[in-house]
Design a protein around this ligand. Structure first.
Ligand SMILES: [Fe+2]
Length: 390
């Protein structure tokens, strides 16, 4: 009798263990903060519909969902809701909410449990933005463990740029939240936005074609622009580093054509009023595009192609700073005749507890008169800097 009770208890506990409860598996993170809008992401582990409860105090009071063509989003995994009509300088409180859908048929929908995050807050940029700073990380290669220490030591920063090769590949897209967005959410991203830049490693893996689910950009593309204060940001997508025909891409790469299309877009953006009126112009691109300066190697075709297609446009338009990574060796390339007309700051990586000195981040401070980029080691010591005064 006793044996059968013990067996029953074991079966019950195994059964409940196997049946994972509906839960939030990645806390919220912000992207695409504009003057009056921001997009909130989070992840759940089952099919759900989601919404955000928000307000200007902890009572919340406003419910926001996302719909396309009249249909409210339903999906498993990453959830994405854009908050709009926000006011400059206002502090907003919010929590993310999801309700499981256990059956989704034409004439039958059955809801399951609901889950709610804790309450978070963010503050919209003031108008005008007088001065600001931002942080730049690159080549995390699935290790975001050190980012929280850096962001905690610079509490004044406005946003953080993740300048490519943040994962090593995207074979299992749940790893993207597990290793990247969850630590970033814990560090700062519930309150301040992430700016995502696609590097060459983001293009690799079975789920790389689903990467748009994790990005929200003003253009809906991986290349885009935005203005923050007096500064215009150009976020460029470098594509892959080798020839499209390289055997490592298995006949699935078409980046030469992609970069040509991107260059047409870039040519138009630098003609815009917003670009021309900005005091400072900053480019974020994963691969450093002044290839001669970093020592070209035979298979750096992608880097050379970026240099050939983007650099003449940037040089002619006049940009103040290019931020890159990719080489895993930190370095500042000052402007060089015949190549870049502005400095290129290359961040070091990837992080290793055994050799943290290889890893750097860049802190960029912008005021009404100057732009200063400081290449920093993980002890918070400045390694080198570039400064532009206007
Ligand atoms: Fe790279």
């Amino acid at each position: 009798m006793k044996k059968s009770i013990i067996l029953l208890l074991i079966l019950i506990s195994v059964g409940s263990y196997a049946q994972t409860s509906f839960q939030i598996t990645c806390n919220p993170f912000l992207q695409n903060m504009q003057s009056n809008a921001v997009t909130v992401f989070w992840e759940v582990n089952k099919t759900a519909k989601s919404w955000i409860e928000m307000g200007t105090n902890s009572v919340l009071g406003t419910k926001v969902t996302h719909s396309e063509d009249g249909l409210i989003d339903v999906g498993n995994g990453i959830q994405k809701v854009k908050l709009e009509n926000l006011k400059a300088g206002e502090k907003y409180f919010y929590r993310v909410c999801s309700k499981e859908i256990t059956t989704l048929q034409g004439y039958k929908v059955i809801y399951g449990d609901s889950v709610f995050s804790q309450m978070y807050s963010f503050t919209m940029p003031p108008k005008p933005v007088e001065a600001f700073s931002f942080l730049v990380f690159n080549d995390l290669h699935n290790n975001a463990s050190f980012v929280g220490n850096v962001t905690n030591s610079h509490p004044e920063f406005s946003f953080a740029v993740f300048n490519g090769d943040i994962p090593t590949d995207i074979n299992d897209e749940t790893n993207f939240c597990k290793y990247i967005f969850s630590p970033l959410s814990t560090a700062f991203a519930t309150q301040k936005p992430i700016v995502m830049v696609r590097g060459n490693h983001e293009t690799r893996g079975a789920a790389s074609r689903n990467l748009y689910k994790y990005f929200d950009t003003p253009t809906g593309k991986y290349y885009y622009s935005y203005t923050w204060g007096n500064t215009f940001f150009l976020i460029l997508d470098c594509g892959e580093d080798k020839q499209d025909a390289n055997r490592e891409y298995f006949g699935l790469a078409d980046y030469d054509k992609y970069r040509s299309t991107e260059a047409v877009w870039l040519q138009e953006v630098v003609k815009s009023k917003e670009f021309k009126q900005a005091k400072f112009k900053v480019v974020c691109i994963h691969m450093p595009i002044a290839q001669k300066s970093i020592g070209a190697v035979a298979d750096d075709h992608g880097t050379n192609d970026c240099g050939k297609k983007f650099l003449p446009i940037l040089n002619k338009a006049g940009v103040d700073l290019i931020l890159s990574g990719h080489t895993h060796t930190y370095r500042i390339i000052q402007k060089e005749k015949g190549f870049s007309t502005c400095p290129i700051v290359i961040g070091g990586a990837p992080y290793s507890a055994k050799s943290p000195d290889k890893t750097t981040y860049t802190k960029v401070e912008v005021s009404s008169k100057s732009l200063v980029a400081r290449l920093m080691n993980l002890s918070g010591k400045e390694i080198d800097k570039v400064e532009k005064k206007k």
